[in-house]
Design a protein around this ligand. Structure first.
Ligand SMILES: Cc1cc2nc3c(=O)[nH]c(=O)nc-3n(C[C@H](O)[C@H](O)[C@H](O)COP(=O)(O)OP(=O)(O)OC[C@H]3O[C@@H](n4cnc5c(N)ncnc54)[C@H](O)[C@@H]3O)c2cc1C
Length: 390
């Protein structure tokens, strides 16, 4: 643990383009990653910055089902130099400002809006980036209204708005959990859920609490995983909620049961599994199979890893298009998955440092301050360690 925590100065005024309509940095996406890396960019002394979002700040979070809460707890631990797990910036604690341990998506979206205003970030909402090309050393970001120009682009468009909708025959007949505004408002009493990681278990928990019957199928069995890495195994919050009478009485889990197909006839949905079982319900099945991710949208600007994620250099920059960076849950290095806020926030300063250095802005103090707060992870050899089981 760092022995001393460095203060970080306020952020400079940003948003000035250079008079030719060019920004040093444009960040696409004003979610946890875009706002967090925007603050780091400003802290690093980069003044020519613009953040754009197709909707509004925190839109993915505000689209979560009403009942869904953060699985990672917030706690105001900043006073002893440990940043709140759900914080995206030095000095910020969602627990302290919201007085909630497991915020809802809507609460967290409001938190993101509050800190964007606090840091006076230059944000342009309702600006959908439809294409990005690098032409003669400059990125052209095509939106409906205009083409924005930038020397560097940080792609922080997340996963939530890019759900994974295929995977088996008839998957289009199911409803993805990311389109559910509230589990309380869903019609039906007998739910088939496909996918048993956090979103699927979350859906099962809420439906069970409403006394609905749930049958949940997963390719593997995340609730039986031995690892302590929450990117692979279920969170403590989910285990706690599963250990409850209504869940035990109403939800039946089918581990290691890949779904083969879903069909519908005369209003009855029929789900067949690869091992030959058949289940039926008059309620539309829920798909909780995850997200294909927005990185697919910019795949022409990155080399692809074997697992389909973008290949990144040590600064989270494209290995084929210099100046194109990635922030957020799709960042991968070797086997390390940065899918939670407390993981991917540790790469914001790495990206900000790379861009500041390319603009000849000194970064020593900035890096020292971020390091002292555990917000600068460049040595990945410490990742992947398991917790002791005693
Ligand atoms: C149900 C659920 C529970 C979760 N719980 C937790 C948790 O407890 N703790 C945790 O750390 N993580 C949790 N996560 C993961 C976490 O929500 C994501 O990792 C996080 O939202 C990623 O932030 P982001 O900024 O990358 O993406 P987003 O929050 O999705 O933000 C991306 C932004 O980009 C914008 N955008 C997208 N495409 C474009 C475009 N073409 N042009 C312009 N703008 C665009 C969107 O409007 C959006 O505002 C959870 C995820 C889910 C689905």
């Amino acid at each position: 643990m760092p022995s001393e925590h460095k203060d970080i100065d306020g952020v400079p005024d940003t948003a000035s383009e250079d008079g030719h309509g060019e920004y040093d940095v444009i960040i696409v996406g004003a979610g946890a990653a875009g706002i967090g890396v925007g603050i780091a960019i400003a802290h690093a002394g980069i003044e020519s910055l613009l953040i754009v979002d197709r909707e509004t700040v925190g839109h993915s979070f505000s689209s979560w089902p009403d009942e869904t809460r953060f699985i990672t707890p917030s706690f105001p631990s900043n006073s002893i130099g440990m940043l709140d797990l759900n914080s995206i910036a030095i000095g910020i604690s969602p627990a302290f400002s919201m007085k909630v341990e497991h915020p809802t998506g809507k609460e967290y979206a409001e938190h993101l809006r509050d800190i964007s205003e606090f840091f006076e970030l230059p944000i342009r909402e309702k600006t959908d980036v439809m294409n990005i090309e690098k032409i003669e050393g400059l990125f052209h970001l095509v939106t409906k209204e205009e083409t924005l120009l930038a020397k560097n682009v940080i792609w922080a468009a997340g996963e939530y708005q890019y759900p994974l909708l295929d995977g088996f025959a008839g998957s289009e007949l199911c409803r993805h959990t990311s389109t559910v505004p509230s589990y309380n408002k869903l019609e039906g009493d007998d739910f088939l859920i496909i996918g048993g990681y956090e979103s699927g278990i979350d859906a099962a928990v809420h439906l069970s609490n409403m006394n609905k019957k749930v049958r949940l199928f997963d390719l593997n069995a995340p609730w039986l995983e031995e690892t302590s890495d929450p990117s692979v195994a279920l969170s403590t919050f989910s285990f706690e909620r599963m250990n409850n009478t209504s869940f035990e009485q109403n939800t039946k889990l089918f581990p290691n049961t890949p779904v083969k197909s879903v069909s519908v006839e005369d209003g009855v949905y029929v789900l067949k599994t690869q091992d030959g079982q058949t289940f039926s319900s008059t309620t539309q099945p829920l798909l909780a199979g995850g997200f294909s991710g927005s990185h697919k949208f910019v795949s022409h600007l990155f080399d692809e890893r074997e697992d389909g994620f973008p290949e990144l250099n040590e600064s989270d920059e494209s290995t084929v298009v210099p100046g194109m960076f990635l922030c957020g849950p799709s960042v991968r290095h070797d086997g390390h998955i940065f899918c939670f806020i407390f993981k991917f926030r540790q790469r914001f300063a790495i990206v900000a440092q790379a861009i500041a250095s390319s603009l000849d802005i000194p970064t020593d103090e900035f890096v020292e301050a971020y390091k002292s707060w555990g917000m600068y992870l460049d040595d990945l050899s410490c990742c992947g360690q398991e917790c002791l089981t005693c």
